[in-house]
Design a protein around this ligand. Structure first.
Ligand SMILES: C[C@H](N)C(=O)N[C@H](CCC(=O)O)C(=O)O
Ligand SMILES: [Mg+2]
Length: 338
């Protein structure tokens, strides 16, 4: 029988992380340990209020999941189907169990997760480093400090967006991606995106409200750079609906429910000719490394949640010049800091 233990952890951010709808100073996450005889696996949930989760809801879900995990960690499809029957949605609660199962099976087999998935660890896109909302001057200062990262993801969705872009471009020649976190109306989005073009923006993430697919379609039809859906893409059924409205989708373990579901979502997205991005919440190196094992399958990655915290208890994927290097130890390959 697979046993599960869960404990809340509080992670401190290096600086408050502000996006158009919220500000976060700490991350209240949950770490789980699965045990099956001698075998162990670890996982992390980074619950996000926007998707209806908190550390408390994750712990409550895990109490419901215990007893439904069976005794064969290799039967991940069956286990995740059972968890879906126990409780709907709650993607971060499911992601930490799913991640711990993949960690466990990799450790039993003695191979890293990317190898179990048949992936080439040298095919890793570079990650973006995210600059949260602040004054244009402060955001430019942070962009300057992030000179080791060749790709910056700039949060927008304010009344000062053009000033932000100008201030950052004045100090940085990095590739710039922007994320409005649903902060604009479709008309504002079109106007802002046109005015951003002179600053060389590669693509725009979630310009308008998550539910506003007509708005996304309208924006896409009026601008010349790709539009990537994030808040609009929560469940697998969202992907066919989005395929006429955007150029790509941003998938996250914590928003979409873990590795097993994301693998399906990547293939559905590809079948609909969508680009795929892998993103994150504020997560330690445990969950970031788990997501990084999927990176060879996608076009863009934004796996920087661990870089935004000051007290990461784990070490996993290393980063050099924006490029994540996957650990070759079995499972996720993540260890506690000594
Ligand atoms: C941390 C990561 N780079 C990021 O920007 N994630 C946000 C989601 C954060 C949140 O909803 O609090 C995103 O891609 O929108
Ligand atoms: Mg986003």
């Amino acid at each position: 029988m697979i046993h599960i233990d869960a404990k809340p952890i509080s992670l401190q951010l290096t600086t408050p992380f502000r996006i158009s709808r919220s500000v976060q100073q700490t991350a209240s996450n949950v770490v789980v340990q699965l045990k099956n005889g001698e075998a162990v696996g670890y996982g992390e949930a980074a619950p996000n209020q926007h998707y209806g989760e908190s550390a408390e809801t994750v712990l409550a879900c895990i109490a419901q999941f215990a007893g439904n995990l069976g005794n064969d960690p290799f039967q991940i499809e069956d286990i995740m189907q059972r968890l879906d029957k126990v409780i709907r949605l709650n993607p971060a609660a499911k992601a930490c169990v799913d991640m711990a199962l993949y960690d466990m099976v990799g450790k039993i087999l003695g191979i890293p997760l990317y190898k179990f998935l048949g992936l080439n660890p040298s095919h890793m896109p570079r990650t973006s480093f995210t600059i949260g909302l602040d004054t244009p001057t402060e955001m430019a200062r942070k962009a300057l400090m992030a000179k080791d990262y060749p790709i910056l993801k700039i949060k927008v969705g304010t009344r000062h967006d053009l000033e932000i872009l100008k201030a950052i471009r004045d100090v940085s020649s990095a590739v710039i991606r922007v994320d409005a976190n649903a902060g604009w109306t479709p008309k504002e989005a079109i106007k802002n995106i046109h005015s951003f073009l002179e600053y060389g923006v590669e693509f725009v993430e979630q310009p308008v409200a998550g539910h506003d697919l007509a708005g996304l379609k309208m924006v896409r039809e009026h601008v010349s750079i790709p539009i990537i859906a994030d808040e609009s893409c929560v469940v697998i059924e969202d992907i066919p609906r989005l395929s006429e409205c955007v150029d790509g989708v941003n998938l996250k373990l914590m928003k979409n429910g873990g590795i097993h579901t994301i693998l399906k979502m990547i293939h559905v997205a590809r079948a609909h000719h969508l680009r795929v991005m892998l993103g994150c919440m504020i997560e330690s190196s445990l969950a970031i490394t788990a997501a990084a094992h999927l990176a060879p399958l996608v076009d863009y990655i934004d796996l920087d949640g661990n870089l935004l915290i000051s007290d990461d208890p784990y070490r996993g994927a290393k980063i050099e010049n924006g490029r994540l290097q996957l650990p070759s130890d079995p499972g996720l390959g993540v260890k506690l800091h000594a």
